[in-house]
Write a protein that binds this ligand. Structure first.
Ligand code: SF4
Ligand code: SF4
Length: 418
């Protein structure tokens, strides 16, 4: 006898409608409408499972969910509204905005990203950025204004040199460094800083090219076909995966995404085995640095006298764990740590959510910006490019002097000076 078909939305049936998840949900806080709350989303999913809604109707109703997973941490009975919403999106993907598709076209080619990154650097250094931002010309072309608003302000610090290959003293470990596409485009200091930090741990680093985007935006919007394609493209960038001992991503969302390749490609005859080996080799950069750096930095090293706060990536803090390590690293090597009020809240970036629901995303961001100002920190540090781009754009708009940096940047800057 065939086993009865398992209801994939069974987790939704556990919901007791207690409402503990409501105050933590950013979309509910702004819209104040049950449909846009975790509890409301669970009801939508139950309606879908009863056949009262079609997958397309349910997917549209659920599309405002940021997939931040804060409700997962809040729910006392283990309901997973974001995961449920994502499983509906996998059946009926939400439409990718035009701007997002444009950005993806750029970031999906390593050579185009490198070229555009140089153009951005010229745009910042030539003074054109200051001139354009001072004028109101971009108000005439809103899509361009949105993309231009993602470009960080000109920074004084030079871009660190990449470590000289083979300069590690006793390198027994070989790592492939996958630099996130948005970091490659907007944060050119991140990859060399990360590579230098890894070399301090005597890890031989190969900066990977030949791949584009890891597929994170497609995974989150439910476009499985496109996600699988990106996963295969990333794996194709490796000549032989057995040649490296570990894979490191400098952006949190990429780490989460590439770790999921093994499951996503499990039934793919050509890629399943490589994907499994690859995913097992993905290490957390923060964990590696938190374990290794204290052993190689001489005792007596004093971190700079600056007040720093850390912005957690949602998927890390509401699922995978890993809040402790970046904080330890900051306190030991990058300054005095001050916590963000309401730090468990999403900043509103949510991958291409900030382009899809710009107004709502900005309203969610306002609370994050207020929390940053309340904290009194002079620098916001994070490990996820999307969050950093979103927060910096908001701070620049507010003409705030608070700086935004990637964890690798502040660590390398401090250690290379020390
Ligand atoms: S999802 Fe969890 S926290 Fe939210 S109403 Fe249902 S049981 Fe309560
Ligand atoms: S994932 Fe975030 S936005 Fe979506 S329901 Fe949960 S708390 Fe709300």
């Amino acid at each position: 006898m065939k086993a009865p078909k398992k209801n994939k939305f069974i987790n939704a049936e556990l919901c007791t409608h207690c409402g503990y998840c409501l105050p933590i949900c950013p979309t509910y806080s702004i819209l104040n409408d049950e449909t846009h709350s975790p509890r409301g989303r669970v009801s939508i999913i139950l309606a879908l499972s009863r056949g009262e809604l079609t997958p397309d109707e349910a997917s549209t109703a659920l599309s405002t969910c940021l997939a931040c997973r804060a409700c997962h941490s809040a729910c006392p009975v283990g309901v997973r509204p974001a995961k449920l919403a994502l499983s509906v999106r996998n059946k009926s993907p939400i439409v990718t905005p035009l701007l997002s598709r444009f950005l993806h076209t750029i970031t999906n080619s390593h050579s185009i990203t490198s070229y555009i990154s140089r153009v951005i650097s010229w745009y910042q250094n030539s003074g054109l950025q200051g001139f354009i931002r001072g004028s109101r010309v971009l108000h005439l072309i809103p899509p361009l204004r949105r993309i231009e608003g993602m470009i960080p302000a000109l920074r004084k610090e030079p871009i660190p040199q990449l470590p000289i290959k083979g300069a590690e003293k006793n390198a027994k470990t070989k790592a492939a460094l996958l630099c996130g596409c948005m970091a490659r485009l907007f944060h050119p200091r991140v990859a060399p800083s990360t590579a230098n930090l890894l070399q301090l741990l005597d890890i031989e680093v190969t900066l990977m090219d030949g791949f584009g985007c890891c597929g994170a935006p497609f995974r989150e919007s439910g476009n499985r076909e496109a996600f699988i394609k990106q996963a295969q493209k990333t794996l194709d960038a490796f000549v032989d995966i057995s040649e490296v001992d570990m894979v490191i991503c400098d952006t949190s969302v990429c780490m989460v995404t590439v770790r999921s390749y093994a499951r996503a490609l499990a039934s793919d005859k050509k890629y399943a085995e490589t994907a499994k080996i690859f995913s097992e080799k993905v290490h957390s950069l923060e964990l590696l640095l938190a374990e290794g750096l204290p052993n190689v930095i001489p005792e007596g090293f004093t971190p700079p006298d600056s007040s720093v706060t850390f912005q957690d990536h949602c998927q890390i803090q509401h699922g995978l764990g890993g809040k402790k390590e970046p904080r330890e690293l900051i306190k030991k090597f990058a300054g005095s740590l001050t916590e963000l009020p309401r730090g468990e809240r999403c900043c509103g970036a949510g991958g291409d959510y900030m382009l899809r629901y710009q107004e709502l995303s900005h309203k969610i961001r306002e609370d994050k910006l207020a929390a940053i100002h309340q904290s009194g920190a002079k620098t916001v540090v994070g490990s996820n490019s999307g969050c950093l781009i979103n927060i910096e754009a908001g701070l620049l708009q507010d003409k705030s002097s608070v700086q935004v940096r990637h964890l690798s940047e502040v660590l390398w800057q401090s250690l290379s000076k020390g």
